[in-house]
Design a protein around this ligand. Structure first.
Ligand SMILES: Cc1cc2nc3c(=O)[nH]c(=O)nc-3n(C[C@H](O)[C@H](O)[C@H](O)COP(=O)(O)O)c2cc1C
Length: 353
């Protein structure tokens, strides 16, 4: 059997295959509320055959949104709309997961298709927060978070996790990658605090570990929790693979089930050698050295390429993003390419390749 189509058990759940949908913002929510777009978008990915779908970065507090149109779970009022999505996704055999996020100093920007630039207060923008008053490139300078605000972020992640469960999600992914708030605390390039949250590695780990612990405690023990990290800043003096391995060892000890291994996006001027599978070695190193399951992501587009990552033991699952925007039914096609007999949704059987 193709490794890509071998089921994977995560606590009490079994994913039907190892093709996971990477989280992708769609900037289509209103005041955090998702709508028919999300039902159809995630529904197509579920009928397309993915094993698990990580819904887009969803803000745990309004000021943690990347844009005013991000999805949210900072209020109980957001739960019912997500329930429609999770009900359909689960009914089609995919595991509904959600990425919980706080954008920190990279919040308050326009959606990508409007240029993604920081918003002024007149455009609906807001004061951003971060570990230190250090801006991302030419973005506005964030305000340094107080200890009380740090505690409140931990509580907000926990509360959003309870809501995610109420909304029917069976897996939560903590967003600690791509230069957003938790990554900002990890990297010495964005965190120059002199209190218990900055300086030493132990101190820079403190907030991400507190959040991971709070999320793990807030989610049922029989259901899995993932963490997405950037394995490196691709910048001298920044966050790197050795730090990532040390962090992942601690995340494993807290009961985190899988690390979704991405990279970059903390600084605007990093030189990133992006190309097919360029982040896979990070997933492999973390899997081997921290002894925790990993997911590989980034420029994975071909079934044989995905299969090779798994067969060579570099990762336990693959996360695909853009290729699934191009073709949400990629898993169905991949089954055929790899010679794996795979049941199509019965409504589509007449189109089976
Ligand atoms: C439209 C779009 C939205 C994205 N939004 C998120 C997000 O919400 N959270 C996240 O961690 N990564 C996000 N990403 C990054 C993807 O999850 C993925 O890591 C990246 O696109 C590389 O994978 P790919 O080459 O398969 O596209 C986004 C990517 C795209 C293309």
């Amino acid at each position: 059997m193709a490794q890509l189509f071998s089921p994977l058990t995560l606590r009490s759940l079994t994913a039907r295959n190892r093709i996971f949908v990477a989280p992708m913002c769609t900037y289509t929510a209103t005041d955090g509320h998702v709508n028919d777009w999300h039902l159809v978008h995630y529904g197509a990915l579920a009928t397309g055959g993915a094993g698990l779908i990580v819904a887009e970065a969803t803000a745990v507090v309004p000021e943690g949104r990347i844009s005013p149109h991000d999805a949210g779970l900072w209020s109980d009022a957001h739960v019912a709309e997500w329930q429609r999505v999770t009900r359909f996704v689960a009914a089609e055999g995919a595991i509904p997961a959600i990425q919980l996020a706080h954008a920190g100093r990279k919040a308050s920007t326009a959606p990508a298709w409007q240029g993604g630039k920081p918003l002024t207060p007149d455009d609906g923008g807001w004061q951003t927060l971060g570990p230190s008053p250090l801006p991302f490139g030419a973005y506005p300078t964030p305000r340094e978070m107080t200890l009380g605000e740090i505690d409140a972020v931990v509580d907000a992640f926990a509360a959003a996790t309870h809501r995610a469960r109420a909304a029917g999600f069976q897996c939560v992914e903590v967003h600690a990658a791509h230069g957003y708030l938790l990554h900002q605390f990890l990297s010495p390039l964005s965190n120059q605090r002199t209190d218990a949250y900055g300086g030493s590695q132990e101190n820079r780990f403190r907030l991400p570990l507190r959040v991971a612990q709070a999320v793990r405690a807030a989610f049922p023990q029989e259901l899995p929790v993932f963490v997405r990290i950037s394995a490196t800043d691709w910048k001298d003096g920044g966050w790197d693979l050795q730090g990532s391995i040390a962090l992942c060892r601690e995340l494993k000890a807290l009961g985190i089930d899988l690390i979704d291994v991405s990279s970059g996006a903390l600084v605007h001027d990093a030189k990133i050698p992006a190309g097919p599978g360029f982040q896979v070695p990070f997933a492999a190193a973390i899997r081997a050295e921290a002894e925790i399951p990993t997911g590989a992501v980034g420029f994975i587009t071909a079934p044989a390429q995905a299969e090779q990552i798994l067969v060579t033991g570099q990762a336990d699952v693959v996360f695909l993003a853009r290729e699934l925007l191009r073709d949400p039914r990629w898993p169905l096609r991949a089954a055929r390419v790899l010679g794996h007999e795979w049941a199509w949704p019965r409504q589509y059987v007449r189109g089976k390749l």
